[in-house]
Design a protein around this ligand. Sequence first.
Ligand code: ADP
Length: 410
Amino acid sequence: MEHVAFQALFEHSSIGIIISNQDGIIERSNPFAAKIFGYGSNELIGQYVEILIPAQLREKHIIYRKKYNDNPQPRSMGSSLNLMAVKKDGSQFPVEVSLSFFESGGKRRIVSFVNDITERKYSDDQLKKLTEELESKVHERTKELSDTLWELNTTNKGLQDEMEQRKKAEKQMLVSLEKEKELNELKSRFVSMASHEFRTPLSGILTSASLISQYTKEEDFSKRIKHINTIKKLVRNLTNILNDFLSLDKLEQGNTISHASNFSIREVLDEIAEEFKEIAEKQPLKIQHHHKDLILHQDKQMFRNVIINLLSNAFKYSPDLGTVCLKTYPSEGNILIEISDQGIGIPVQEQKHIFERFFRANNATTISGTGLGLNIVKRYLDLMNGSIKFISRENEGTTFTVTLPLEKEK
Ligand code: ADP
């Protein structure tokens, strides 16, 4: 009964079963084995098992077979390999093989269970292909996505750049607009200042000239002289104004170069005081030097212009008989020159504008002036590595202090 059952199993199994002896000669094969290898029912018997193996692997198989004989165990054959088998017609197909053995009549038999896995392999391959395709698609999509993201970023960056550039352009436009506004304002300030400052002395000159033409008699001599002096003074004023314009223009163009030389502070200040002698008859000028004599190494003309400008203002903005003081004293390697008056002073709220071009304080408008002097003074002092500051109280007076570095002792 048992034998019959095994026989049925052998005959009807849907796995190929091949029994070979120790020499590798096939002794039995079931119908399924014959079928998958394309042989007739008993055609395999007596053949070497190698007949079922691709030609290029047969020699290797003989060696494997002998090794198995030495140490036989049930196991699968080359499970991790892609095993191929050969059909009678020479075509190859993938197989899965398990090996086993048994002893009978003192002889060992090897049983090979062979499975045609063409279908499974095909499915596996398809699955692998699909997986690969899917992977490559995912890869492609990821790349596309990252490309798009990159593009988006770039576009975003482009937009940001553009916006930044626009902002810059806007800023530049605002700056040039502001400059133009400032220039227009300067122009109008200049026109109103120039028309006033030129017209007044010019009409003064005209008046004096027409009066002179009327003073024809001998005894009018002194009157003629008086008016000639007036004309001279007014022309001097006009020349001063024009000189201020020229100085400012030169400064603006960056064409002002200082030519330093050594000179005695006392000497130059005494020279200047001499030039103010006439005015000083009405408004006393007090000079105090708190040092023996010191030598400055500066552009003498610039230095003179600074002091003359400040002294002129001190006199101009002081009442008759108001004393003007000029003090000099050394301090920490500098010479300080202080020019103070007891004049109209500068209103506190306007003090911050005092060095701006054309700026004139409200309380000064009835007194002639261009609003250029202090701006020029400040710029000259910048060129001379000096500085200027002031304190002022309206209706009490003003003190300007100029600081200039002293020539280092040699
Ligand atoms: P200007 O005297 O020709 O107007 P400045 O630039 O010399 O121009 O001075 C600018 C302004 O500063 C003057 O208009 C005046 O308002 C004020 N200022 C300058 N010096 C004095 C001073 N010593 N006392 C009062 N105000 C002064």
